[in-house]
Every structure is written in structure tokens, then in C-alpha cells.
Write a protein that binds this ligand. Structure first.
Ligand code: T46
Length: 138
């Protein structure tokens, strides 16, 4: 079962010149999975919390492409908080990690690269159900 120690910051390539910066991300190369879906969270009202769930199979890379936000990561035993505040840092989140995203800066944008298409049945949206599932898979 993945743990919060498997949630790692990946330093993404940053190519700079006098026109500014560009960060390319390639599936299986820059990130350890193929990228099936991209989505982004934006216009997040101050004080809002996103997430509040775990994924049964989905793997993700979260990037703060604008501004900053906190990721609270929980494997059912331990918790840690990782703040993303650079467009060239990606936070790899494996399956079965409960996450909450909060403290978005004004105008903050969270880009998510995901390993699978959207499937509501892949979510544990109830924390107790998530803990039960961890126990069953131990
Ligand atoms: C995650 C965090 C970081 C879709 O129809 N298609 C999609 O691809 C997604 C991601 C969401 N939706 C629908 C499902 C809900 O009716 O959009 C609505 C809001 O989704 P949710 O409440 O899951 O949003 P967040 O910000 O809490 O979570 C999202 C992702 O769902 C999740 O995978 O890790 O961003």
C-alpha cells in the first residue's frame, strides 16, 4: 500500500531564455505514468478546501502553475503537508492517498496530470470507508 513517503516532489525541467520560461512534462518520462487526463482548479475562493478524497487506482502529478496552495496528504497512518509554490515542482501522488488542498493564494491555479480518465467509482469520498479499504488491503 502506498504511503505518504511515496508522495514526492519531482523537479520538472525549466527552460529559460529572455522570452521567459517553459516547463515540458512527458508521460512515462518526466512523470512515472502515462497521462490520460489533464484538469485544473482555478478561481478557488479564499478559504476553500478542495479534495477530501482518495483514489482507488488513479495516480496524479499536481503542479501549482500559478500562485501557491497546501496539499495535506494522509495514508491512513501518517499525515504531511506539502506546499506547492513553483511552476517547476510537481507533486506525485500515488493511489490510496487521502488529500486535501487548501490555503490557495489569490489567483492560484492547480494543474493536475492524471493516469486515468474520470471515473466517480474510483473515489473514496468518505474517510472511514478509505480507512476500511486500507485495512482490507493490508
Ligand atoms: C483531485 C483534486 C486535486 C468531472 O466531471 N471530471 C473530472 O475529470 C473531474 C476531476 C471532476 N469532475 C466533476 C466531479 C464533480 O462533480 O467535477 C466536480 C468537482 O469534482 P471534485 O469535487 O472531485 O473536485 P476536487 O477539486 O475536490 O477534486 C479534484 C479531482 O476530482 C481529484 O481527482 O485529486 O481535484
Amino acid at each position: 500500500m502506498p504511503t505518504i513517503d511515496d508522495c514526492k516532489i519531482i523537479n520538472l525541467p525549466k527552460i529559460s531564455n529572455r522570452k521567459g520560461n517553459i516547463t515540458p512534462v512527458e508521460g512515462f518520462h518526466t512523470v512515472p505514468f502515462d497521462i490520460a487526463r489533464v484538469y485544473y482548479l482555478y478561481d478557488v475562493p479564499g478559504g476553500s478546501t478542495r479534495g477530501g478524497h482518495a483514489h482507488k487506482e488513479l495516480k496524479q502529478l499536481l503542479i501549482s502553475v500559478m500562485g501557491a496552495f497546501d496539499n495535506i496528504l494522509d495514508d491512513g497512518h501518517k499525515r504531511k503537508t506539502v506546499r506547492l509554490d513553483r511552476a517547476y515542482y510537481g507533486l506525485y501522488v500515488p493511489r490510496m492517498i487521502w488529500r486535501e488542498l487548501e490555503n490557495f493564494s489569490s489567483g492560484g491555479i492547480c494543474l493536475v496530470l492524471a493516469s486515468l480518465p474520470y471515473d466517480e467509482s474510483d473515489y473514496h469520498r468518505d474517510y472511514d470507508e478509505f480507512l476500511e479499504s486500507i485495512k482490507k488491503q493490508a
